[in-house]
Design a protein around this ligand. Structure first.
Ligand SMILES: NC(=O)c1ccc[n+]([C@@H]2O[C@H](COP(=O)([O-])OP(=O)(O)OC[C@H]3O[C@@H](n4cnc5c(N)ncnc54)[C@H](O)[C@@H]3O)[C@@H](O)[C@H]2O)c1
Length: 328
């Protein structure tokens, strides 16, 4: 496979690139290295991928919403077989502060990547990141891809749901095989500083209070990075088998299918650090949801997806990486 990955300097993108390069595939990576969070972390991930990739990895620093720059890649990407669109403006909370970043990357950028993908003569699959946040305030658990999702509670979720609808349109109009993956709270080594594991670890080590929203009364389906990557690779290796009259469009949850309380998650971090946190209990944040919980039956059935990592195993691995990376 020759895979074009957008967001390759990101948490999931760099981990996916590492796995694909290690298994003998070629990767073309795109990222604009924006400063939503520490650019040095993005550069360090990119450095890691470049060293692993040698001749099999090519990087382009491009904003995916920049049509001209993206279409300029068309010739050099003629033998790309798979596109994985992971570049996005993530984060539920930041969408209250900078809504335009979500419209630019998650909507405009998404359309540009889809337009580039449909021009690639050897394209077998277009795979893209959606999110558990599309389920909004759904109370029926576990969340199934058949559940209604027309009531997003954050702009981030609304743009991710828009991506799913846009993908359906490309599948319908151009018969472009599109697979959307709704990821559930991903954590692990090389993770994101704006997410709980990283933020809590760094605050605890710095003797700073950790913000605990809704007094800790939240549940999340925390998914370890290696399980997410195994899920994406499973999808890439399984082309769609559809009847000629079917629209080549599919959606899957990729979660751990274990919902944990936020306080249990924090307690694992405290144990791994051997140090207690100071809690700053805060009300529920606007745009946030109380619970996420993935129904992964279809993902198991179609791709043999089988997440294995509990938070008791995954959190110590994250903390170990954090300490090494930051020289703690
Ligand atoms: N991490 C999670 O828990 C989680 C959960 C659900 C969905 N997702 C989705 O998975 C994908 C990857 O998430 P992640 O956690 O690796 O995030 P990340 O922020 O670490 O990675 C995204 C990368 O995309 C790049 N990027 C952003 N805007 C860009 C643009 N306009 N042009 C080019 N590059 C751009 C960023 O620089 C970053 O390196 C995203 O689409 C995200 O919405 C992540």
């Amino acid at each position: 496979m020759k895979i074009l990955i957008t967001g390759v300097a990101g948490f999931i993108g760099s981990s996916l690139a590492m796995e694909l390069l290690a298994t003998g595939h070629e990767v073309v990576g795109i990222d604009n290295l924006n400063d939503y969070y520490d650019v040095n972390l993005k550069k360090a991930r990119l450095e890691r991928v470049s060293s692993a990739g040698k001749g099999a990895f090519v990087f382009h620093k491009i904003n995916i919403a920049d049509k001209e720059a993206m279409f300029g890649l068309e010739d050099s990407c003629r033998d790309v077989t798979h596109v994985v669109n992971l570049a996005a403006q993530p984060g539920v909370r930041y969408s209250l502060i900078n809504p335009f970043a979500y419209a630019e990357t998650n909507v405009m950028g998404f359309v540009v990547v889809a337009e580039l993908a449909r021009r690639l003569p050897k394209l077998e699959q277009f795979v893209y990141a959606s999110s558990s946040s599309v389920y909004g305030g759904n109370t029926k658990t576990p969340f199934s891809v058949d559940d209604p999702v027309e009531k997003p509670v954050s702009l981030y979720a609304a743009t991710k749901r828009s991506d799913e609808l846009i993908a359906h349109t490309y599948a319908h109009l151009y018969k472009m095989p599109c697979t959307g993956l709704r990821f559930f709270t991903v954590y692990g080594p090389w993770g994101r500083p704006d997410m709980a594991a990283y933020l809590f670890t760094s605050n605890i080590l710095a003797d700073k209070p950790i913000p605990v929203f809704n007094n800790g009364e939240m549940r999340r389906d925390f998914t370890y990075i290696d399980d997410i990557i195994a899920g994406i690779v499973g999808v890439l290796k399984n082309p769609m088998r559809l009847q000629p009259d079917q629209v080549p469009c599919r959606l899957y949850n990729i979660g751990n299918s274990q919902t944990e309380t936020l306080m249990d998650y924090i307690s694992e971090i405290e144990k791994a650090l051997g140090k207690g946190a100071v809690y700053n209990f805060l009300p529920m944040q606007a745009g946030d949801v109380y619970e996420t919980f993935a129904d992964i039956e279809a993902t198991k059935r179609d791709f043999g997806y089988a997440p294995t990592t509990t938070i008791q195993e995954g959190i110590p691995r994250f903390v170990e990486w954090y300490k090494e990376f930051h020289g703690v």
